[in-house]
Design a protein around this ligand. Structure first.
Ligand code: HEC
Length: 293
């Protein structure tokens, strides 16, 4: 009679498989789900039932054995499963067994043995095949550990947290908008996305005026920073090409605060891009800003 895998190993396997099923199906917090425990209990019960059926079969078969076979069976049973595994893994064949394994060819006196593959090696081999199948199925049909799905979920969560933040954060308007040098880098990014088509790289001017020089068409505020914010809020009163970016919902007032910091930076903290350097010719009148920020 063959040695049966101990019940403890089968139950451990069932637990692992059950966890895998819930992991792969991306069920959140499944340790608390009644389904998880329900399935586990049913699986374990099934294993126990199967085990007791096999016990029955074994004892019926035992009765039919001869005395000699019974003795051998009991001796065999006394060796633990793990010891048997160990023995099988490191089994050395006798000379006689070796002869029977000899393959019927040779060269220069070299002969070849047709040994069975070691159990641990076969075990690993089957494990990798199973792993590969599970992975393929999970990759093709589920979102489990899938880079695309993870990216989508994270992007979704991020957007949700941004809109949550927008809801609770105090709204920015022209009165409480403040210049911060921390906003310059992000402001530059916003400028490149929304403004560069008209004001050109670095704000040197094109369709829209040069934003790096001292000359301004629209002087609506006392400070340069607030003046830019005002332009973004209201657009140009004399030229609709410069839209009211905030009012039209093209950028948020939070982004306007950042891009205004960038314009302040290129206008006040960097040398102007003059006509000889490819900048647009000055337009409007020379501005003297009171409180720059
Ligand atoms: C479709 C073209 C266009 C885009 C895009 C554009 N602008 Fe303008 N902008 C203009 C024009 C044209 C003017 C001049 C308006 C006028 O004559 O009053 C202007 C004027 C301005 C002024 C006032 C300059 C002055 O001399 O009065 C500022 C500041 C400004 N834009 C900032 C921005 C920022 C920041 C963005 C991006 C969020 C932006 N603009 C996007 C076309 C544009």
């Amino acid at each position: 009679m063959k040695t049966r895998t101990p019940i403890s190993i089968r139950i451990a396997a069932i637990i692992i498989i059950n966890i895998l099923i819930f992991e792969v199906s991306d069920t959140p917090d499944y340790f608390r789900s009644p389904l998880f425990w329900g399935m586990l209990i049913i699986f374990i019960l099934l294993v126990l039932i199967a085990d007791s059926i096999m016990d029955l079969v074994e004892s019926t078969n035992f009765k039919m054995l001869s005395e000699e076979e019974k003795k051998q069976y009991l001796e065999d049973k006394a060796i633990t499963y793990f010891r048997k595994l160990w023995n099988a893994a490191f089994k050395k064949q006798t000379d006689k067994e070796e002869k029977s394994l000899l393959i019927d060819h040779g060269f220069d006196g070299i002969t070849e043995l047709d040994n069975a593959l070691p159990k641990w090696w076969l075990g690993l081999f089957y494990f990798t095949i199973t792993y590969c199948l599970v992975y393929l199925v999970a990759f093709a049909f589920t979102d489990y550990a899938h880079p695309d799905a993870e990216y989508k979920n994270e992007a979704k969560a991020q957007l949700a947290s941004i809109s949550e933040y927008e809801k609770t954060a105090p709204a920015i308007d022209i009165d409480n908008a403040v210049y911060s040098s921390d906003n310059i880098a992000e402001g530059e990014h916003i400028f490149k996305t929304n403004c560069v088509s008209c004001h050109s790289a670095g704000g040197k001017g094109g369709i829209g005026p040069n934003l790096t020089d001292k000359y301004w068409i629209n002087i609506k505020q006392k400070s340069l920073f607030k003046n830019v914010f005002w332009m973004l809020q209201n657009g140009s009163p004399n030229n609709p090409t410069m839209k009211a970016f905030i009012k039209e919902g093209i950028i948020t007032s939070r982004d306007a605060e950042k891009v205004a910091a960038y314009i302040y930076h290129i206008n006040q903290e960097q040398t102007p891009i003059t006509e000889s350097q490819g900048g647009a010719a000055p337009q409007g009148q020379e501005a003297t800003w009171e409180n720059n920020k």
